[in-house]
Design a protein around this ligand. Structure first.
Ligand SMILES: Cc1cc2nc3c(=O)[nH]c(=O)nc-3n(C[C@H](O)[C@H](O)[C@H](O)COP(=O)(O)OP(=O)(O)OC[C@H]3O[C@@H](n4cnc5c(N)ncnc54)[C@H](O)[C@@H]3O)c2cc1C
Length: 436
């Protein structure tokens, strides 16, 4: 096993920036192909989004340009525990999305038809009775009309899964540098030449930038404009309840719910807080339409600079999530809204109290699709970022795509509509509702 700090060697076939699920998977798959690989993570593997998310692994309701990536990811999740030799908490209990209005039913029908006919998915539309048959604990008072259900969807335990990919990478020969951030991607004559971590320069001709919220700043310095923004989302976890089973990941009202391996319910309301920063003006024009169309999805927190200053003195909540040096406070209103929805949907569990809460910062792009692939004009620079609140599920396959591209081969799935260069033309205008 390679040591946890960078060794004397400063030359690598590949350097991966970011120890989230995507960076860890990319490093693992590259090392398995015989590449020498350095993974640089400023905190710990899973400290950011990949250890803090809800754990849904879903093909259902995805945007079609990223569906092939996600279908490939499910195949990897199915074999992950055997391939990594570690538990990732994978369970294939399906994904169930409730519908409350005829319009919501119709949206689901349209998606289901295309998902089945074009992508061969096992997605079904359930009637009200079929939905209650599948979920006997579902409230009969909330007025559902039916649901969309994809049995091949699943869930995994975020910090555990990310750690499993990281450790399997170490076993495969990945060298890891933890606790120091990449400050710069070095280039020479339009070709990547290395990365800087503090005073150290590591040399390579291929870099994967999978730094989540840290990606845009690193890429800006090499000339790529990525209108990436940051949305703070809150997650709550109840005490465990083992006599009550919820197999699928469930979305209803505004909330996503799943039962984790311990029996606890993990819940989160869609949307989040936008913490104002000194450079918030930078991407304003990209998100103007979104804010107008859907003002409640993301609330602007004008007090963020002051809270950030005062909050430094407050201890973070105790959780089993790897710590981050970022200031990521939870939002009590969102946590309460999630709990209220949870109790309305599953009244049999309404006695459960919240055991802990945490928040994570989602890196989003204006069209809520990831930026995945080669940066034009900088040979050897690959990027995977901006998964917009749903990158945990596709994470392993994004890592596989990057490892293939790093080895000079084609992507194993269609990523043609996910190019990081697509923002050159100016603002898009699709609505970043952070769906589950
Ligand atoms: C509350 C919440 C709920 C979510 N729910 C779901 C869900 O149910 N299903 C789903 O599929 N997705 C979900 N997501 C989204 C998902 O977590 C992310 O899309 C995914 O984890 C992104 O993985 P990543 O590897 O790109 O980024 P990250 O996990 O953010 O990893 C990036 C890493 O890069 C490091 N880094 C940053 N800058 C530097 C630097 N300069 N040098 C070195 N390291 C650096 C960071 O410390 C971090 O560890 C959710 C996200 C949140 C926050």
């Amino acid at each position: 096993m390679a040591p946890l700090t960078a060794t004397a060697s400063r030359d690598f076939d590949l350097i991966v920036i970011g120890g989230g699920i995507i960076g860890c998977a990319a490093a693992l798959y590259a090392a398995q192909q015989g590449m020498t690989c350095l993974l640089v993570e400023r905190d710990m593997p899973g400290s950011a989004q990949s250890g803090r998310n809800l754990g849904f692994v879903r093909q259902q309701s995805r945007d079609f340009p990223e569906l092939a990536l996600m279908i490939g990811a499910v195949r990897l999740w199915e074999g992950a525990e055997a391939a990594l030799g570690r538990s990732v908490g994978w369970r294939q209990g399906g994904n169930l999305s409730l519908a409350f209005t005829e319009e919501e039913m119709e949206t689901r029908r349209i998606w289901q038809t295309r998902g089945v006919e074009e992508f061969g998915l096992d997605t079904r539309i359930l009637s009200r009775v079929q939905t209650h048959d599948l979920l006997p604990h579902l409230s009969t008072d909330i007025g559902i009309l039916g649901a969309m259900y994809t049995p091949s969807d699943g869930q995994a335990e975020p910090p555990r899964a990310t750690r499993a990919f990281f450790e399997a990478g170490l076993d495969a020969g990945v060298t890891a540098s933890l606790g120091g951030a990449v400050t710069r991607i070095e280039t020479s004559g339009g070709q990547v030449s290395g990365v800087r971590v503090g005073e150290r320069l590591y040399r390579t001709r291929t870099v994967v930038c999978a730094a989540g919220t840290g990606s845009a700043a690193l890429l800006r310095a090499v000339g790529l404009t990525l209108p990436q923004e940051r949305i703070r989302a809150t997650v709550a976890r109840t005490l465990p309840r083992t006599d009550l089973r919820l197999d699928p990941c469930l979305s209803g009202l505004q909330t996503g719910i799943r039962q984790d391996v311990s029996g606890a319910f993990v819940i989160s309301v869609a949307g989040g807080e936008y913490d104002l920063r000194p450079d918030s003006w930078r991407n304003m024009r990209w998100y103007a339409k979104t804010r107008k169309e859907n003002p409640e999805a993301v609330r602007i927190n004008y007090l963020a600079p002051l809270q950030r200053f005062l909050g430094r003195k407050v201890a973070p909540p105790l959780t089993d999530i790897p710590p981050t040096r970022e200031y990521v406070p939870t939002d009590a209103t969102r946590a309460q809204q999630a709990l209220d929805d949870f109790r309305r949907i599953l009244p049999a569990a309404s006695d459960l109290v919240v055991e802990t809460c945490w928040a994570g910062i989602i890196d989003t792009l204006p069209d809520v699709l990831p930026a995945l692939g080669q940066i034009e004009g900088v040979a050897g620079l690959l990027v995977a970022t901006g998964f917009s609140g749903h990158g945990f599920g596709p994470g392993p396959m994004a890592g596989k795509v990057l490892a293939e591209l790093a080895a000079g081969r084609d992507a194993p799935v269609d990523i043609s509509e996910l190019s990081p260069m697509r923002f050159r033309g100016g603002p898009h205008g699709r609505s970043p509702v952070l769906s589950r």
